[in-house]
Design a binder for this molecule. Structure first.
Ligand code: NAP
Length: 321
């Protein structure tokens, strides 16, 4: 780590509280504009105004008397809210074009690959098989986006432009052009019954934990243009039951899956998902938080806040996201 504290002495000081990711690039960029510490000077350090966090250590933020806001370096905030000692200050999450674009790329890539039978062609190539399966139009395929927020809606726009039918499921009612929207518990079964490719972009909350289980996958459309239901999860691993996905793949409930997230990460070497011929695995890399793009809007928010403007993209702690 570079020296502990540098940057604009007048502005509110930032505590960089990260575990599991490399804090260095965040430190380098934040400290160009502000004083940044990687450890508070005592549990009740009065100089800390903001915390920029990824899976902060419990108790680290609880006693800081002048902490005004917590900034998540991810779109999800489950890594922050799981701390039972979290102080009651506003939490700002990431909403940024760069991250949204990465997620849209990932979703469209995976949907197109399943639609255009990428798994079949890769298997055929391995065996040097020259065979052309039937081609179906995108309009015969319904993509259901579970978690129809910033990322889900952005992916939907491109999928609609590609010609897919798109369904969206959210907690509260939404109305989006060219998308069939569903919401709440009552809307879940009709949403699943009308979906061929399920794309999961939910946040992890007590309500959504384990939601992608065998019973849910059973409700997807199996007799469809793709020859089976497909799952794409780029939300959070604990939304799904890994063993249920394996079971669903084995008994034909699911045809294929693209998984970016897993119940345990890194995915244990013993997981059958690694070697499954109809599973595409990426290492929680659908939309990486790139500090070069995410630090500038974070610093702008701090400046605006100090001018008296309200913070944007605040987490609703009661809803859990
Ligand atoms: N794999 C990766 O690399 C990666 C990268 C970035 C983000 N993510 C994940 O993507 C998630 C979504 O990000 P976002 O920016 O799109 O979040 P967002 O804007 O907060 O959207 C969340 C969506 O989920 C819906 N939702 C929440 N709880 C629900 C429930 N109980 N039942 C039904 N719908 C529910 C919300 O409904 P309302 O519209 O009614 O509020 C909203 O539509 C993040 O939380 C994070 O976990 C993953």
């Amino acid at each position: 780590m570079p020296e502990k504290d540098k940057g604009n002495a007048g502005a509110g000081r930032i505590l960089l509280a990260m575990t599991g990711i490399n804090p260095r690039p965040w430190y380098e960029l934040l400290s160009q504009k502000r004083r940044v510490a990687t450890e508070p000077e005592g549990a009740d350090d009065p100089t800390i105004r903001y915390a920029v966090v990824w899976k902060q250590r419990p108790n680290l933020l609880s006693k800081l008397p002048n902490l005004s806001a917590i900034f998540s370096v991810g779109a999800g905030v489950d890594h922050i809210l799981s701390d039972p000692t979290l102080p009651d200050v506003p939490i700002v999450r990431i909403v940024a074009d760069n991250l949204t674009q990465h997620m849209t790329d990932y979703v469209v890539w995976r949907v197109l690959d399943h639609h255009r039978q990428g798994m079949l062609y890769r298997a055929q190539q391995k065996r040097k098989v020259w065979h052309e399966p039937p081609q179906r139009p995108a309009g015969d395929v319904a993509v259901g986006i579970m978690g129809f927020g910033e990322l889900g809606r952005a992916a939907a726009r491109i999928l609609v432009a590609c010609g897919f039918r798109v369904n969206g499921w959210s907690r509260t009612a939404q109305s989006v052009a060219d998308v069939a929207t569903f919401h709440g518990e009552k809307g879940l079964t009709p949403f699943l019954n009308a979906t061929d490719i399920l794309v999961v972009l939910l946040p992890l909350t007590p309500q959504t934990t384990g939601i992608v289980n065998y019973g849910l996958l059973k409700q997807l459309r199996k007799r469809n243009a793709l020859g089976g239901a497909v799952l794409v999860n780029a939300g959070r691993g604990k939304l799904q039951k890994d063993a249920d996905i394996v079971r669903a793949l084995e008994d034909g409930t699911l045809k294929e899956a693209s998984l970016d997230v897993f119940e345990v990460e890194p995915l244990p070497k013993t997981s059958p998902l690694w070697n499954h011929p109809r599973v595409f695995v990426t290492p929680h890399a659908a939309a990486t938080s790139d500090p070069a793009f995410l630090v500038p809007p974070m610093l702008e928010q701090m400046e605006a806040f100090e001018r008296g403007e309200p913070l944007k993209h605040l987490v609703d702690r009661k809803a859990g996201y």
